[in-house]
Design a protein around this ligand. Sequence first.
Ligand code: ADP
Ligand code: MG
Length: 394
Amino acid sequence: MDFSPHDVSLKFRERYNINPLLVRAPGRINLIGEHTDYNNGFVMPAAINFGTYFAMAPADDGITEIFSLKYNEAFHVNLNDEIRPVKKPSWVNYLLGVIHQLKQQGTLKPFKCVFGGNIPIGSGLSSSASVECGFAFALNELNALNIDRQKLVLMAQWSEHNFVGVKCGIMDQFASMMSKKGNVILLDCRSLEYSYSPLQLLEYSLVLCDTKVKHALVDSDYNTRRQECERGVARLQKHDPKIKSLRDVDEALLWKHQPEFEGKEFDRCLYVVQEIERVQAANRDLKENNLKSFGARMFDTHRGLSELYQVSCKELDFFVSVAKQHPGVIGARMMGGGFGGCTINLVQKDVVATFVNALTESYRSSFGIEAAIYRVALEDGVNIISNKELRSVL
Ligand code: ADP
Ligand code: MG
């Protein structure tokens, strides 16, 4: 079930009878640069018009309570205790890790919080990063800790690594926190240097097509891919100690040492090295307003993810092949960690309806599953929702 800022605000007033601070934390897309973040490469994310909304205020009774609208469940935490992950409910750990980090920066006042949103979970839009980032931002505001956004990004990622146990890269939290409306971010995951590029879609739209499947073992496969990349780096490091990650490797070097690789290591590394190069080329396309070339690279990324990195699945491959055959769809690829979730498609505006119909009908008849379609716009990163804005959406 989806919740709006208004739902969150209403629930907060109902439960606590006070006026809260309201914060919006967006989900994100990534135009190109998949599985490159934890290899110190480049990514090109942007925040979108789907988000998690937080209502928060100091607790008069000194009892800290967090209420999840999605799970219709409250959780109490004593901020004076040592903060540790809990077994249940699992949604709490995303937040507890953030509290753990913020407590090291200053004193946190007891608070009340209600949150919920409309990001489809596990579809590759990073609902988890939006939860961490929105919560970190709201607590920082409430306690006037003056922690800058980039530091909050690292705290949010720390929470996911250490309290949730997913060794994610930095992209998701960075995008949710740092995005600028109408722009994509070119983020260098090695230095955290970043720049914004306006995305001028002109006669095109960004359309996400959700397969609605999530195949099992996602986290363990994700961690296996990381390890395969690390083993590849270790092999090359023997020849050159300056190589710290796949960012420091080019394709020629990889081919030169191909015989030393075992199992799937070579294919995994080849994909990553090519993808890091592809993001930089795609950024040049954007600067030249060449969306057709940009879209062709998205198709190339999908092929690499499917054949070399092997994180696609039959549903995602089906979506991309439908897109490729449809006139007016100039780019498509799976987005996110893989094994399910969404494809991102660059579609000529006047064929969006026919493309969406063709895709949903053929998916229904071949797989018996109802796809979900999201048309996305690029929005600002985490921000405060003013009362005026809230009134205007009522
Ligand atoms: P995603 O790709 O969407 O980030 P994850 O599996 O990483 O998927 O994170 C999803 C988890 O984040 C959920 O299972 C839940 O624990 C938490 N979460 C996300 N959105 C919400 C929400 N609106 N309310 C409560 N928990 C949420
Ligand atoms: Mg996530």
